[in-house]
Ligand binder design. Structure first.
Ligand SMILES: NC(=O)c1ccc[n+]([C@@H]2O[C@H](COP(=O)([O-])OP(=O)(O)OC[C@H]3O[C@@H](n4cnc5c(N)ncnc54)[C@H](O)[C@@H]3O)[C@@H](O)[C@H]2O)c1
Length: 420
């Protein structure tokens, strides 16, 4: 294919070099005359292992031409990939000036009567909503509503500097946002030599992916360092701890505890997090991330409560499915569902609870104490499957994945065990 690449930085130049190595012809566009000149002479303006080798081969083979003005040759291209910078603005948001500038340049240069649309692929990191709220309006203002000479795609980049070429051909995944979430033939062609799971999504899902990934990487580093500080202060080997931690691919480095849905609770997690917070404070380890966990969890419990009550005035009837901290358990200690029940009762909702694993007369010890302290009327709230089948509820809230198999008559069924 003939591909224009806007922005010859770490992302754009790597893409240019890798695409030419696959036989594509690339038009590189950058505002920096120095970068353009160096790239045209087969030199890399940035330090990246293997990049200069690919660039010099591309130039020698006539597959790479760079310019500060791509407008003349843009219409010969099948694809344009936008890799310009999106640096932090003063308020912390991304500065979208370069994205807007390039979009306007492409909109002005494209032939509105093109036979096949130019696929414009944004690869820079952009905030969710940018395609629909900034980029599309720029094209509309130049080309009119319902323009057909351009198709917009978002395709985040996952490469790491210093491993960029290897990462380009071996990404962890390929995420492609399209107007209809459907596969795009040009993108299939572009990625045909790359083996990785492919996700076609709506624009916004693809746009947020990079933020989620990078924030998680930051969480991992901060968490590892907080644990490292606690261990160091306690005279425990941080590297041994790391070795033991990452060896657990069943619960630690695994998809467990990752699904957006219920808050954490039960007899272990809140208690042990609280205790580690205490230990860390005691030895001066200053664990800001760990200290924020319980507050984050409380915020989530309240978010879930607001999901239930959003369109329901007090006095409405709510059936909760599940009360114990997890399905098939009768442990109520620090169950987030007990908090939900308490909040609903306090606000004046008519509450019923279904949990077939829970028998108040069998609760003993701390479990009994906790449940009666937080929900003194628990026995009156519990209902059976048979009762549920004969009643109508305004809202049924599935907190534990228990709705299947029940006969439910309700205005709204909410699954809070798994956010959709
Ligand atoms: N660097 C990475 O490892 C990496 C990884 C994944 C995603 N990203 C994202 O990709 C984007 C690009 O990152 P980068 O590190 O390659 O940036 P960079 O700053 O190295 O390169 C951006 C290039 O865009 C050029 N540019 C600016 N305005 C232009 C215009 N109007 N026309 C043509 N060129 C223009 C600049 O001169 C510069 O050469 C960013 O959004 C970044 O967040 C970066």
């Amino acid at each position: 294919m003939k591909i224009a690449i806007y922005g010859l930085g770490y992302v754009g130049l790597t893409a240019a070099a890798c695409l030419t190595s696959e036989g594509h012809w690339v038009l590189g566009v950058d505002v920096s005359e120095r970068k353009v000149k160096e790239a045209n002479s087969g030199k890399s303006p940035i330090q990246e292992p293997g990049l200069e080798d690919l660039l010099s081969k591309a130039v020698a083979g006539g597959l790479l031409h760079c310019t500060t003005d791509g407008s003349q040759q843009l219409n010969q291209c099948d694809l344009a990939i936008v890799c310009v910078g999106t640096p932090s603005g003063v308020d912390g948001s991304h500065n979208m000036t370069y994205i807007a500038e390039v979009s306007r340049q492409i909109a002005t240069a494209v032939d509105p009567k093109r036979q096949t649309p130019l696929t414009v692929v944004y690869r820079s990191t952009i905030r969710p909503g940018t395609i629909e709220e900034l980029i599309k309006p720029i094209f509309e203002s130049t080309l009119g509503k319902n323009f057909s000479c351009i198709e917009l795609v978002y395709n985040p980049e996952f490469l790491r500097e210093a491993y960029a070429i290897n990462d380009y051909f071996n990404p962890p995944k390929i995420v492609i946002g399209t107007v209809d979430s459907l596969p795009n033939p040009r993108m299939e062609e572009l990625n045909k030599n790359i083996k990785a799971p492919v996700f076609y999504t709506k624009y916004r899902e693809s746009e947020i992916t990079k933020f989620v990934d990078n924030t998680f990487h930051a969480v991992k580093v901060a968490f590892a360092n907080e644990i490292g500080r606690v261990c160091t202060q306690l005279g425990i080997s941080a590297s041994k701890m790391h070795e033991i931690f990452i060896s657990d691919t069943k619960l630690n480095i695994s998809p467990y505890y990752f699904r957006p849905g219920g808050a954490f609770g039960g007899s272990c997690l809140p208690k042990d997090v609280r205790a580690l917070q205490y230990i860390a404070a005691d030895v001066g380890a200053n664990t800001r991330l760990i200290d924020a966990l319980l507050r984050s969890n409380e915020a989530h419990k309240h978010f879930l409560y607001e999901q239930v009550t959003a369109d329901l005035p007090p006095g409405g009837s709510v059936l909760m499915l599940g009360l114990a901290f997890k399905k098939e358990s009768d442990d109520l200690r620090e169950s987030p569902k007990v908090d939900m029940a308490r909040k609903l009762l306090n606000a004046g909702y008519k509450l019923s609870i279904y949990d077939p694993y829970l028998h108040p007369q069998q609760l003993i010890g701390q479990n009994l104490g906790y449940s009666f302290l937080h929900l003194p009327t628990l026995p009156d709230l519990l209902v059976s499957a048979e009762t549920i089948a004969t009643q109508t509820y305004d809202v049924v809230v599935d907190m534990s994945g228990m709705a299947a198999g029940l006969t439910l008559n309700c205005g709204k069924l909410l699954n809070l065990d798994r956010l959709s």
